[in-house]
Unconditional design. Structure first.
Length: 170
């Protein structure tokens, strides 16, 4: 945000542009792909992962395969800990056995919950191949981006759920 370290005004402008750009997307997969791409532009060289919760209590990565089939294993990794606790987490040095990153070469990561309307809807996680890549300040900036992303994501998830329920009732 990581390149916005010098000024609070720059990160607010970046959040505004981020919101405008992702809000143009029509579907869930497009929104997630666009958001991941825009965040990746802010964190060059790092991997961005967006997971969303399903109604069965699991998580999956939309936009990766275009369908709900790419589930996130319930393995006690950083993403699941953040989702369960609702609290952000970052580590300057990933412990593969404890943090269970999505990117196998990750050496540091930050993970924040995606919440809207009082519901936990997923996790936004950034992983870097460099150790000590992130700071508390970076985590706060990622929390801002997660806040901006959560509301359009919630709307898309709600619309998708409604569409599926209507299709089943016919």
């Amino acid at each position: 945000m990581l390149y916005y370290r010098d000024s609070g005004k720059k990160i607010i402008g970046a959040a505004d542009r981020f919101s405008s750009e992702i809000s143009r997307e029509k579907g869930l997969d497009g929104l997630v792909s666009s958001a991941a791409e825009k965040i990746r532009e802010m964190t060059p060289g790092d991997e961005v992962f967006i997971t969303v919760a399903d109604k069965a209590g699991g998580m999956y990565m939309p936009g990766r395969t275009g369908r709900q089939g790419n589930t996130v294993p319930r393995n006690g990794g950083a993403a699941w800990k953040v989702f369960a606790s609702g609290r952000s987490y970052f580590t300057p040095r990933v412990e593969s056995g404890k943090d269970l990153p999505f990117y196998r070469d990750a050496r540091s990561l930050m993970s924040v919950p995606l919440c809207a309307e009082g519901e936990k809807i997923g996790v936004l996680q950034i992983e870097s191949a460099a150790p000590d890549a992130f700071s508390e300040e970076d985590l706060q900036k990622l929390e801002l981006m997660a806040f901006v992303l959560s509301h359009p994501l919630y709307v898309k998830l709600s619309a998708e759920t409604t569409d599926k329920e209507e299709a089943r009732s016919k």
